[in-house]
Design a binder for this molecule. Structure first.
Ligand code: NAD
Ligand code: IPM
Ligand code: MG
Length: 353
């Protein structure tokens, strides 16, 4: 049966990297129909809304979604509701894509591109499971208000219900069961009640997964441990904001944020797939962006939502092959390698397939 993939290129480098990822998808000769729609700043410019109804409707009807990136300085002064990022948060929330899987894997060919010493990162393979539709990103009340003394005050609410914690916890325990059977839950339970509850729920869940070893770590220490000795981690589970920050830090261990794919899944495995990085306005339109995070996101899409495991494996092997060939975009360039553009990197993956 034909599967339907909705492509949301977005802003900045989004369209450039998505173009290459779509070429890769098209090379596989699968029964997939591709449609596209507007999101983010591109949608604000065209419709005034970062998540037009038509985009949401198409996303609901698709079997999977591939997103580039949203945002950029052009829209930074917009009111919150008209910021490109609202489109991204809106689609995640509307589709209940609560489970964000961010694997940080160091390809051996990129050992030199990592910011850490080879012995600290060689063989690195960790999975960050980030809660994506709750926490301080979505808590109410929120806003900027004027106090009686005339001073303004900004406020957000960090809130998680037990059921929200439980459903992301289950995803993380199940992921750990399929991997190294170790799960580290990251919190700030020395200060924030919401994460005291987080920790309690993770401990309750641990009883249902006796084959997984659960540990807890405070988020500040976790940030330090990630850059000190990242291989101590197998699966990490954490809330929306901590996961956002820790996954960018983990990205550099793999050489570049341009290498980190992600899957955002709902309860039934429907998903949106996107690189972890943003729209990179500083390099947009210059052919410098690394498309591999987006191409690897396509592999995750084939694996998690489209049940095309062999095709997913093929993409990952093709990426290894182009790295073996010494092809590098600027962000992962090292001595003796060949510098290539976004388009050349995409073409090389297609050729390797
Ligand atoms: N998922 C998303 O759509 C997403 C994620 C993060 C940030 N953003 C948005 O993107 C805009 C820019 O944010 P930022 O600059 O803080 O983060 P960013 O991730 O866009 O860029 C950070 C740095 O990493 C580099 N970089 C990112 N992706 C790269 C790639 N594929 N290849 C090579 N280099 C790459 C950039 O050039 C930049 O120097 C903001 O509007 C932000 O809100 C969107
Ligand atoms: C653009 C922004 C809303 C987004 C987030 O914070 O979730 C991004 O940083 C990400 O990591 O996907
Ligand atoms: Mg982020």
């Amino acid at each position: 049966m034909t599967k339907h993939v909705l492509v949301l290129p977005g802003d900045g480098i989004g369209p450039e990297i998505v173009t290459e990822a779509v070429k890769v998808l098209g090379t596989l000769n699968l029964d997939i129909e591709i449609d596209s729609a507007l999101i983010g700043g591109a949608a604000v410019d065209a419709t005034g809304n970062p998540l037009p109804d038509e985009t949401l409707e198409k996303a609901r009807n698709a079997d999977a979604i591939l997103l580039g990136a949203v945002g950029g300085p052009k829209w930074d002064g917009n009111a919150m509701e008209q910021r490109p990022e609202k489109g991204l948060l809106g689609i995640r929330s509307q589709l209940e894509l609560f489970a964000n899987l961010r694997p940080a894997i160091l390809y051996p060919q990129l050992a030199e591109a990592s910011t850490l010493k080879p012995e600290v990162v060689s063989g690195l393979d960790i999975l960050i499971v980030r809660e994506l539709t709750g926490g301080i990103y979505f808590g109410q009340p929120r806003g900027i208000r004027t106090l009686d003394n005339g001073e303004r005050e900004g406020y957000n609410t960090y809130v998680y219900s037990e059921s929200e914690i439980r459903r992301i916890g289950r995803q993380a325990f199940e992921a750990a069961q399929k991997r190294g059977k170790r799960l580290c839950s990251i919190d700030k339970s020395n200060v924030l009640e919401v994460t005291v509850l987080w920790k309690e729920v993770m401990d309750e869940l641990a009883k249902e997964y006796p084959d997984v070893e659960l540990s807890h770590m405070l988020v500040d220490n976790a940030a330090m441990q990630l850059v000190r000795a990242p291989k101590q981690f197998d699966v990490m589970v954490t809330g929306n904001m901590f996961g956002d920050i820790l996954s960018d830090a983990a990205a550099m261990l793999t050489g570049s944020i341009g290498m980190l794919p992600s899957a955002s899944l709902d309860e039934n495995g429907k998903g949106m797939y996107e690189p972890c990085h943003g729209s990179a306005p500083d390099i947009a339109g210059q052919g410098k962006a690394n498309p591999l995070a987006t191409i690897l996101s396509v592999a995750m899409m084939l694996r998690y939502s489209l049940n095309e495991i062999a095709a997913a494996d093929r993409i990952e092997q093709a990426v290894e092959k182009v790295l073996d060939q010494g092809l590098r975009t600027a962000d992962i360039m090292s001595e003796g390698c060949k510098l290539v553009s976004t388009e050349e990197m995409g073409a090389a993956v297609v050729a390797a397939l």
